[in-house]
Structure formats: structure tokens, C-alpha cells
Design a protein around this ligand. Structure first.
Ligand code: PLP
Length: 389
């Protein structure tokens, strides 16, 4: 069956060049980078090279990069480090639309002695900047705001926020897991203190990530152990995956142009044609400051899960904006924060395109999806009763 993969915000295919670069580090060069012998030193050299490549993509210094096991670990490390190095401060600021990697940690902290401000967004998914900046107090230990939203693709004005927070001398962390490799990031020009990224969102393998910690930022490790990562993250390095992340970052520098021209053009075509062919379909989130490959569309009066299942039968892989939690279908916290009406939030689908998508993928979805929506609506009591008050 033809597979049309448009779920790149969930995870991406490992680039063949990344895989090729990784393979020798499973078999040929398996030494421990901390060993004194030169066999281990070979892997140490390769980690150094990977660190330079990751730093290169975001215009950081290599020593500002700490390798981790994933984006979630990077996010947790950043926030917990800020709290540990500011023991007197008990206030955290984040947004209402963060990924669970930040949202659930903050929720947990709010139940354990910390006060958390969850800054709202408007109906287009845009952050309330005045409220964010107005919430900062002397008690604020950290502000953590995502660079780009994983569900809608909406990009927040992170450089502007960083600038404002630097004046207030508050630690600023950004979850840039969805942004890195898709939009230009130049940390040499911003005042961001910490930034999280994840390998599997940019064509490296799952289970590897990195945390950028700006030189001079006070830091406390999350994993205490050996002296790896200069004592900032204990645990023997996942050498092959780190090598893969380095290669993926090197490649991302060459592909970022394509993301912002070809991938965004494919996304625009998909969005335009679906909106044209399917009545009562709405794009969730603003369409100006948005990741190049993402569109989140609500097809009113039907369930996203049903759409996904029917698309799945035809080999189309996407995501829905609702999650089946404890038996009840709850719309996503992101769409709820945006105030998307119930009838639309339930039928939302996220299409996230990447560099492997083609025009024929997009044409396939444009051809197959409208009849699916029509069929589901014919079966939907909500659709049949939509005009009744
Ligand atoms: N932050 C965002 C915005 C994400 O989209 C994701 C993954 O979906 C994460 C954090 C977590 O990354 P990882 O899967 O590497 O833990």
C-alpha cells in the first residue's frame, strides 16, 4: 500500500546519510569515549565533531551544548536547573499551549510548592505578551516558552521575549524541539539562556536530544553521575545517536531553505485545496508566523479519530487534535486554550509535511480526503442536527 507520511511533527524518518554516519559507531568504533586508550578516543573525537555541528545549526558555541536522551529530558533539565540554582524563587511562567514535556512538569511543580503562571493565547494561538511580561516578579525563577507549537505550528516571538526578559534578569528557556531545523535560529543574536532540541524531529534517531546552556548561565545537572558532558549530564554517551544528531544538524543547515520554500509550498497547496473542496473546514492557528510544513485543520461536526482511521486505511499518516483520555474524547489542551469551538476542536487534523513529501503525496490527500469527510458527516448526528438550536 502507498504510504503518505504527513506526521513529521510526531517524528521523522532518519536521513540515510545520518544512518550511514552512525553505523560504524555500533560495530567498528565501540570504545567508551571516557576511556584512556586511543580506541575510545576515536569516539570522543566524533562526539566533539557532533557537538560542533549541533552548535553550528543554532549559532551557539560547542561548549554550550549538552547531549541528552530526548527533548523531554532537555526541557526538564532546563527548568529544574533554574529552580535549583535559584532556591529562593518559587514562581515559574510558561504558556497554556506547551508540550507535555513542559506542561506536565510545571503542573507537577505547582502541586509541590511552586506557583505557576500559564500565559494564555488568543483564538489564533498567539501568546499574550503583555500578560507574560507583566507576570514577572522578583520571585520568578524561570520563564519557559516554546519556540513553535507542535500542534498548530504557530511560532512565538522568542527573540523579542528573550530581549525583554534579559532586561528583567530572569532565566529564559525555550522548547525549540519543533523549531530547530525548520526555521532559522541564531543564538548569537538573542538572549536565550537555555534551549531544548530533539533528534527525531529533524531526521536523526529517536532517543537523543540536546540542551543549549548559554555560557555564564548557572547550571545544575538533572542526571548526576560520571563526569560526562563536563559533569553536566552523567551517563555514558549514546555515541551512535549523538553522531547521528550531529550529521542531522549539519544536513538541516542545507535543507532549511527547502523547508521554507518547497515544503511550505506543498503545505500551502494542501491547505488551500482542502479548504476549497471541504465545506466548514477551518485552519487552526495563525497562518503568518507558522512552521513551514504544518497545518492544523478542523473539519466541523466529525471526530478526528474517525478521520484518522479512514485515512489510515488509505495509507495516509497524520495526527488528530484530540486525545482519548480516560475513555472520553477530550480536545487537545492547545485547541481548548485557543477557544476553538467544541464542534471544530473534535474534528481537527494535523498534517505535518517534511522534506521527503512530494507533490503526489499532497495530490493523493486532496483526492482521498474530501469523500472521507463527506461520508463521515453523512453518518454524524451532529452534522445532521447542525442547524437546530
Ligand atoms: N517539545 C515539543 C514541542 C515536542 O513536539 C516534543 C515531541 O513531540 C517534545 C518536546 C518532546 O521531545 P522528545 O520526544 O524528544 O522527548
Amino acid at each position: 500500500m502507498k504510504i503518505v507520511y504527513v506526521d513529521n511533527n510526531a517524528t521523522t524518518k532518519v536521513d540515510p546519510e545520518v544512518l550511514e554516519e552512525m553505523l560504524p559507531y555500533f560495530s567498528e568504533f565501540y570504545g567508551n569515549p571516557s576511556s584512556m586508550h586511543s580506541f575510545g578516543g576515536e569516539t570522543g573525537k566524533k562526539i566533539k565533531e557532533a557537538r560542533e555541528k549541533v552548535a553550528g545549526l543554532i549559532h551557539a558555541q560547542p561548549e554550550e551544548i549538552i547531549f541528552t536522551s530526548c527533548g523531554t529530558e532537555s526541557d526538564n533539565t532546563a527548568i529544574l536547573s533554574a529552580l535549583k540554582t535559584n532556591p529562593g524563587k518559587k514562581h515559574i511562567i510558561t504558556s497554556r499551549v506547551e508540550h507535555p514535556a513542559v506542561k506536565n512538569l510545571c503542573k507537577n511543580l505547582s502541586e509541590n510548592g511552586y506557583r505557576v503562571t500559564f500565559v494564555p493565547v488568543d483564538e489564533k494561538g498567539r501568546l499574550d505578551l503583555d500578560m507574560l511580561l507583566g507576570s514577572v516578579t522578583d520571585d520568578t525563577a524561570i520563564v519557559s516558552i516554546m519556540w513553535a507549537n507542535n500542534e498548530t505550528g504557530v511560532v512565538f516571538p522568542i527573540e523579542e521575549i528573550a530581549e525583554n526578559l534579559a532586561e528583567k534578569k530572569v532565566i529564559f528557556h525555550t522548547d525549540a524541539v519543533q523549531a530547530v531545523g525548520k526555521i532559522h535560529i541564531d543564538l548569537s543574536k538573542t538572549k536565550i539562556d537555555m534551549l531544548a532540541l530533539s533528534g527525531h524531529k529533524l531526521h536523526a534517531p529517536k532517543g537523543v536530544g540536546a540542551l543549549y546552556v548559554r555560557k555564564g548561565t548557572r547550571f545544575s545537572p538533572f542526571l548526576n553521575g560520571g563526569h560526562q558532558e563536563k559533569g553536566r549530564r552523567g551517563g555514558t554517551e549514546n555515541v551512535a545517536s549523538i553522531v547521528g544528531l550531529g550529521k542531522a544538524c549539519e544536513l538541516a543547515r542545507t535543507y532549511i531553505e527547502k523547508e521554507n520554500t518547497e515544503v511550505s509550498a506543498l503545505r500551502d497547496k494542501l491547505e488551500r485545496e482542502l479548504l476549497k473542496k471541504i465545506p466548514l473546514s477551518i485552519v487552526n492557528g495563525e497562518t503568518i508566523n507558522r512552521l513551514p510544513g504544518t497545518t492544523n485543520i478542523s473539519f466541523e461536526y466529525i471526530e478526528g479519530e474517525a478521520i484518522l482511521l479512514m485515512m489510515n486505511e488509505l495509507g495516509i499518516c497524520a495526527s488528530s487534535g484530540s486525545a482519548c483520555t480516560s475513555g472520553s474524547l477530550e480536545p487537545s489542551h492547545v485547541l481548548r486554550a485557543m477557544g476553538v469551538p467544541y464542534t471544530a476542536a473534535h474534528g481537527s487534523i494535523r498534517f505535518s509535511l517534511g522534506r521527503y513529501n512530494t507533490e503526489s503525496d499532497v495530490d493523493y490527500i486532496i483526492d482521498k480526503l474530501p469523500p472521507i469527510i463527506q461520508k463521515l458527516r453523512e453518518m454524524s448526528p451532529f452534522w445532521q442536527n447542525r442547524d437546530r438550536k
